[in-house]
Design a protein around this ligand. Structure first.
Ligand code: NAD
Length: 419
């Protein structure tokens, strides 16, 4: 990730632009420009060798006018408070775009999971909850998985919270394993949402998906399942990268075999009969129809964007495109489905999980998948129509921010926060 680009400043300027484009007073920007609360905690744990090591944990709670704060927890050595703040802002807008009754939050811990044992990861997860328990809760703030965290991490965290409360409150965290109140379809939810956004985008520009060529950056939860769903639909995934390298095959990479290769070797690079992809620029300039960023922030800057040949880019990752990258893609008429819409599948199914936890009544997978599809497609068309019919030449990202802000500002006004 390019640390020179500050994601928090980008998120703030996106809000400001939307406020100006909608002709709202700056009072609305004043409310939304900074998180309501940011907690930083020293997480000291005993390592397997007996020594004590301290990590820094963050929780940013941006805005809760629409409902409890909601957002994942990321484990990554490069995270800082500004990254958590930016991601929490995007969660507020994401929940508003897809009409789920949540605000925005985000958590992070500055650790490198590759250098930690399962036991050490469990102790960090539990310590995070111990430090944050006072500000979390099913009606206050509901974490979920993000980069380098998964259902097991959520199980440890939910268990720690329930122990502190002295009773089970599984609705405090989503993305849990099925046996502890998880929701069928949560693991694949973000990619399923990405897949629906790709289907609707392709329909909008008359791009046939059968045989369409796809390139994906990142091969974790979001990247892998996106590759799986798109291949099942008849697309050809020709290029994939992860943090250690990449693989290219014009004939198409087989998603499960590629995942197995990554599991065995630690990376997608070196996959059977593939050629290497060494740089971000190389991946994004592949001769393909669809791009799926599914790694981290600030990958597509102006230079990378200039090489893009694809007609559609659907942002599985949060914040993958810088503002100057956005400008270039807009000039090139690439249909960019922004993160706050494209990767909303995760928070939508998290919402279904929370509702089920609160009622202790569980739905079938078909119901979850069909409700998810409805929500993503409804939001896509609302934003696409907004973009098509707006008097200014607005991008899908600007349209998504404006559409979300209309709702946020309206509820804030009714509640007496401004006006
Ligand atoms: P993950 O940890 O499962 O996978 C991340 C992948 O990105 C890994 O394959 C890693 O090797 C790769 N990566 C990291 N740095 C890279 C780089 N510089 N170049 C290429 N690849 C790189 O994480 P995930 O859950 O798949 O999340 C990916 C993105 O999607 C993040 O931006 C996350 O915030 C976003 N997201 C995830 C969810 C979810 O439900 N998991 C929901 C919404 C958004």
């Amino acid at each position: 990730m390019d640390k020179k680009v500050n994601s928090y400043h980008i998120a703030q300027s996106q809000i400001k632009t939307a406020v100006e484009q909608l002709g709202l007073p700056m009072d609305v920007y004043e409310w939304l420009k900074s998180p309501d609360r940011v907690v930083e905690a020293a997480l000291s744990i005993r390592k397997d060798d007996g020594s004590i090591k301290t990590f820094t944990g963050y929780r940013s709670q941006h805005n809760n006018v629409l409902g409890p704060y909601k957002g994942g927890i990321r484990f990554h050595p490069d995270v800082d408070a500004d990254e958590a703040k930016a991601l929490s802002i995007w969660m507020t807008f994401k929940c508003a775009v897809v009409r789920v009754p949540y605000g925005g939050g985000k958590g992070a811990v500055d650790c490198n999971p590759r250098e930690l044992s399962q036991g050490e990861l469990e102790r960090i997860s539990r310590q995070y909850i111990n430090s944050m328990a006072l500000i979390l809760g099913p009606e206050r703030d509901i974490p979920a998985p993000d980069v380098n965290t998964n259902a097991q991490t959520m199980a440890w965290m939910a268990d720690e919270y329930c122990k502190i409360q002295q009773h089970n409150e599984f609705g405090v965290i989503t993305g849990k394993p099925i046996d502890v109140g998880g929701c069928v379809g949560r693991e694949t939810a973000t990619s399923r949402g990405v897949f629906h956004a790709i289907k609707e985008s392709a329909r909008a520009i008359d791009l046939p998906l059968e045989g369409a060529k796809v390139a994906i950056q990142g091969y974790g939860n979001v990247g892998y399942y996106a590759a799986r769903f798109l291949t099942d639909l008849g697309c050809r995934v020709i290029g994939v990268t992860d943090s250690s390298g990449g693989a290219y095959d014009e004939k198409g990479l087989e998603p499960d075999e590629l995942a197995q290769h990554k599991k065995e070797t630690g990376s997608v690079k070196g996959y059977a009969n593939s050629s290497p992809i060494d740089t971000v620029k190389e991946l994004y300039s592949l001769d393909c129809d669809i791009l799926v960023p599914a790694a981290l922030e600030n990958q597509v800057d102006a230079e990378v964007a200039r090489g893009v040949k694809a007609k559609i880019m659907v942002e599985g990752a949060n914040g993958p495109t810088t503002p100057d990258g956005d400008d270039v893609l807009k000039e090139k008429n690439v249909l960019v489905v922004p993160d706050i819409l494209a990767n909303s599948g995760g928070v939508i199914v998290s919402y279904f999980e929370w509702v089920q936890n609160n009622y202790s009544y569980y739905w079938k997978e078909e119901e979850i998948e069909s409700c998810l599809e409805d929500k993503v497609c409804d939001a896509f068309h609302a934003v696409y129509n907004y973009c098509q019919h707006h008097k200014q030449n607005v991008s899908m990202r600007e349209a998504a921010f404006m559409y979300a802000l209309e709702r946020l500002a309206s509820v804030m006004k009714i509640r007496g926060w401004w006006g």
